[in-house]
Design a protein around this ligand. Structure first.
Ligand SMILES: Cc1cc2nc3c(=O)[nH]c(=O)nc-3n(C[C@H](O)[C@H](O)[C@H](O)COP(=O)(O)OP(=O)(O)OC[C@H]3O[C@@H](n4cnc5c(N)ncnc54)[C@H](O)[C@@H]3O)c2cc1C
Length: 275
């Protein structure tokens, strides 16, 4: 902590949620902040690439330097060398490059592991009677069926409920992992849920105004919401999560929902839960 307070040039490796949170806090503490990111956008895989440009601008306008598409090759003394050949001054380097599952607890057993501990729709591992859930669990994606992790609080709580139901002999099944992220930076609020990019055959509604600092994108398939990305649109993401998860039919209401997401989302979700 003392070193962080004394340091002036902060290099943050990774422009995910944690890296950008750190960048915001250090820049507000008047440090010289440089964020480097391996991928070609900030918050990769978390928000659409067009919106990522806005977020990048937001940080750069506050003096944070962001370099995309590079990795740190070496770090010696007070100098870092990047893969694009640049040399950067560094007093303190912080790696914010994501999580890796610690599944040591099942190492050496017959329990199947991939990126995490593989589970079925009751959160049961490949060994009957042994369950895993939360950050450590690898399960199928709600939309694509691909096996993956989903390290967030909403998912952890939902998986916990699934295990409890399974242990109590109930028939509840987990429908698949849905990403949900909220992020606040420099007074702006970002929400992303479900699919970020539209697939062939999806209906994409999108609107944004960089001056007025708002952006919204909704993706529908057969009248059902598949995903949304909002920037400075105040909605209850939990309600929208429910619309996606329960595959609520919004046929004919897509455009109204898109125009008035805060008014309609609640009404539709309430009706769906009564049905
Ligand atoms: C910095 C940070 C910010 C985050 N922000 C968000 C956010 O804004 N929104 C969001 O949705 N998610 C966020 N997450 C992710 C979220 O915290 C996790 O997805 C969620 O907590 C996972 O729940 P879990 O029960 O699997 O694990 P944890 O919440 O990590 O719970 C596991 C618990 O088990 C304890 N434990 C571990 N080993 C043992 C042992 N051998 N014996 C006893 N106890 C043990 C640990 O101490 C811990 O308390 C964030 C994560 C981090 C690291």
């Amino acid at each position: 902590a003392k070193k962080a307070r004394r340091s002036q040039k902060i290099l943050i490796i990774g422009a995910g949620f944690i890296g950008l949170h750190l960048a915001q806090i250090f820049s507000q503490a008047k440090k010289k902040v440089h964020v480097i990111e391996l991928k070609d956008q900030v918050l990769p895989g978390l928000i659409p690439s067009g919106l990522a440009l806005w977020v990048k601008d937001l940080f750069e306008a506050r003096g944070v330097r962001i370099t995309l598409g590079v990795r740190l090759e070496t770090l010696r003394e007070k100098e870092g060398r990047l893969s694009n050949g640049d040399r950067v001054g560094v007093d303190l380097a912080i790696a914010a490059i994501g999580i890796r599952t610690n599944w040591e607890v099942v190492q050496g057993t017959s329990i199947a592991v991939g990126e995490g501990i593989v589970v079925n729709d009751r959160m049961e591992t490949s060994r009957s009677g042994i369950y895993a859930c939360g950050d450590v669990a690898e399960y199928r994606d709600f939309f694509t069926g691909e096996s993956r992790l989903n390290p967030n609080l909403v998912s952890a709580a939902e998986q916990g409920r699934t295990v409890a139901a399974a242990l109590l002999g109930k028939s509840d099944r987990h429908p698949g992992l849905i990403s949900i992220n909220t992020f606040r930076c420099f007074g702006c609020e970002l929400v992303s849920l479900g699919r970020i990019e539209a697939d062939v055959g999806d209906r994409l509604l999108e609107e944004g105004d960089v001056e007025r600092k708002f952006y919204k994108r909704m993706i529908f398939r057969d009248g059902r919401l598949k995903g949304l990305s909002f920037f400075n649109i105040p909605v209850d993401s939990g309600l929208y999560y429910k619309l996606v998860r329960e595959r609520v039919s919004l046929e004919g209401k897509e455009e109204r929902l898109f125009r008035e997401p805060f008014l309609l989302g609640k009404a539709v979700a309430q009706r769906a839960s009564k049905a």
